[in-house]
Design a protein around this ligand. Structure first.
Ligand SMILES: C[S@@+](CC[C@H](N)C(=O)[O-])C[C@H]1O[C@@H](n2cnc3c(N)ncnc32)[C@H](O)[C@@H]1O
Length: 270
């Protein structure tokens, strides 16, 4: 199977997404969504940003490579009675099922960054955005000291080297790479804007329990534990991640975890 799809169909990302709803809503609130705006949420998961966009009146399509996440998104939209929000399977590197210029706004929060062939991703998102529209990406930043960048860094250090030609998803968190990729899709540098923002993970339990959720349900962490176990290094990985989750927790309440994580907010004017 396509390893990119297999990674995200492993585990159950909805369990992690549950801790990201507050920041998802806050981010969407800042996007100037008006009734009827046509929005594509790419790598949408179960709709952390698609659902609040639809609640603000946008006409939302969520596209994700993971079939269970697409089903979870459609179930959420149905439960909430959101007839203006639907989800379908697709690959950010090849959106052939979507027509040119069909969206006012393409959003991809920690989504398209995980697709292979980043130059194709940039071309595809630009192609489906109408002239005068916008693309907004949220991307984790390599070397950043906060939670997700550190989880991915630590996980990589316990995993076998990636196959030849693999391009790290984290390069979407480097401004020069983002500019180069959109330039390849015909977007001039001055149309790409950057900001550093924060997503907060809110979890009703201890940091160790949040780590247990990542260990059981988050594909990249699951793969790292599989590799570490095979190497007899599971305890070492567990202890390194326990230290990270505890050190990053800012919640003053004992049975609640709150972890802010920095990301690169990219806005592209098409
Ligand atoms: C970290 S999750 C973020 C999900 C969602 N955007 C959110 O904020 O909760 C990454 C998502 O990207 C999706 N994804 C990974 N590779 C993809 C690809 N090539 N095309 C479309 N979606 C992809 C995964 O299935 C997963 O739902």
């Amino acid at each position: 199977m396509n390893p990119n799809k297999a990674l995200w169909e492993k585990g159950d990302f909805t369990q992690i997404a549950a801790s990201m709803r507050r920041s998802g809503e806050a981010l969407v609130k800042e996007l100037g969504i008006v009734n009827g705006l046509k929005v594509l949420d790419l790598g949408c998961g179960d709709g952390t940003t698609a659902v609040p966009a639809a609640r603000l009146g946008a006409d939302v399509l969520g596209v994700d490579i993971s079939s269970p996440l697409v089903a979870a998104g459609n179930a959420r939209a149905q439960e909430l009675g959101l007839t203006n929000c639907r989800f379908q399977e697709g690959d950010a590197s090849d959106l052939h099922e979507l027509e040119n210029d069909s969206f006012d706004l393409v959003v991809s929060i920690f989504g398209a960054m995980f697709a292979p062939r980043p130059f194709d991703v940039a071309k595809e998102v630009v192609r489906v955005t109408r002239p005068g529209g916008r693309i907004v990406m949220g991307n984790w930043i390599p070397g950043d000291p906060t939670l997700v960048a550190q989880i991915l860094k630590i996980s990589a250090s316990y995993s076998p080297p990636p196959p030849e030609g693999f391009v790290s998803p984290m390069l979407w968190g480097v401004e020069a790479n983002v500019i180069e990729r959109f330039a390849g899709a015909g977007v001039p540098t001055d149309k790409v804007a950057f900001a550093r923002e924060t997503y907060t993970f809110d979890f009703p339990g201890t940091p160790s329990e949040l780590l247990a959720t990542f260990k059981s349900f988050y594909g990249p962490t699951m793969n790292a534990f599989d590799a570490a176990t095979a190497d007899g290094r599971e305890a070492e990985l567990h202890s390194e991640l326990t230290e990270l989750f505890n050190a990053q927790n800012t919640s003053p309440i004992a049975e609640f975890t709150s972890i802010p994580a920095t990301f690169l907010h990219v806005t592209v004017s098409v």
